[in-house]
Design a protein around this ligand. Sequence first.
Ligand code: ARG
Length: 489
Amino acid sequence: MEKSLTLDSQAPMETQHAEEGPGSGIFRAEPGDPLRMPEAQQQPISQAGRWCTWRHGWAALGALGLLAGASVGSWLLVLYLWPAASQPVPGTLQDEEMTWNCSEASSEEALLPSLPRTVSFRINAEDYLLEVQVRARPDWLLVCHEGWSSALGVQICQSLGHLRLVDHKAVNLSDIRLNSSREFAQLSPRLGGLPEEVWQPRDSCASGQIVSLKCSECGARPLASRIVGGQAAAPGRWPWQASVALGFRHTCGGSVLAPHWVVTAAHCMHSFRLSRLSSWRVHTGLVSHSSVRPHQGAVVERIIAHPLYSAQNHDYDVALLQLRTPLHFSDTVGAVCLPAKEKDFPRGSQCWVSGWGHTDPSHTHSSDTLQDTVVPLLSTQLCNSSCVYGGALTPRMLCAGYLDGRADACQGDSGGPLVCLDEGTWRLVGVVSWGRGCAEPNHPGVYGKVAEFLDWIQDTAQDCAYRMKAAVQKPVVTVKDMFVHGAFW
Ligand code: ARG
């Protein structure tokens, strides 16, 4: 089957990448101004997609013709041999499924509306006052301090896509100036009910205090506001972009989540599992690779691959790198936010992928500078259709790109960020994982779906931060040890 993509056939990509070494840049068929937003939503369904559909259509038609002939024949035979037979002709269902799969690839469904959330939170950027919105009411309520706990603060920060809570305190209502019409929400002592019942609207707070909450910073581009006339200083455009290097060699991309944490793809680590932990470096605030000097870069303290990572099909393709010393955040180095819980980006969302991977599909040309390109999210249904990846995507994967192959990530971009803008905040939606070739028609890029890794990322980061504080001198280990011993040491 020419379209069949065995999962094993994806694995050599890493090997190939390992052999080829560093590349530079995202492949984009038509390089454009990276700052310019894409011309009105480009259609992800391409000529190639239609051709695929037609081809399958003809094949289905032929098959149908054959089937019709065969069924008439067998019907006559059955009629002759077994007059009582009234079963449907075998094979019909399968053909229907095939046709459905292919027509799926050409249908443009309307964007799915996101489900209403019963309770939402936000934090006022100026004074860090926490606000809650309960479904039935359109207004945002300040949160009374009664019943507040730091555990709740951690939960809220995480649900908003931050890795951790930085600070929380009670603010006296008498110390701040508030609009007289402001309303409040108090935590009901009767916890365990529906989320919207937990937050009771009030005219005031009995304690006279409200909650101020500071979560770890993420998702902002300090330099973006300095764009003049559509030209940006490239440094600082993607402050969370990291280059994960083995020795001096760029091997994969990564994304900064917090001063001590970088997320990358598990397959990047798995490909080099025989290397020493001490050989890894993480470079941040970088645009041009030629500016990297020996002994620069953050030392990796620990590599934690997802315990369910599969080298066969790249399921759970995510790993965390814990850095020995914290990164200094600046205009050019900063964290990206994680997706907010229960808030999916709809397909068609225009997201960005960046990296130093190869810039042409023949894997010969690479640029020294960080490349980026806009890629729309594609539905898993479309991506898993027989014309595209024929069911190779697991629920831990998502697709982004074009069916006409105009732009894509490529070898060397793995582990790097796929980010989408959400009300002014950049969120890490995907981790570059795999694809058949680069920017090939009908083979868009496949990414690890970060929304599926949220609990693991948050639990691991919290756990390890605690362990790090209590850490004593560690022995020399190879990355392989970490894979063998449940990804931890
Ligand atoms: N596995 C590749 C790497 O290690 C990334 C491949 C992404 N391919 C694609 N067509 N989007 O760098």
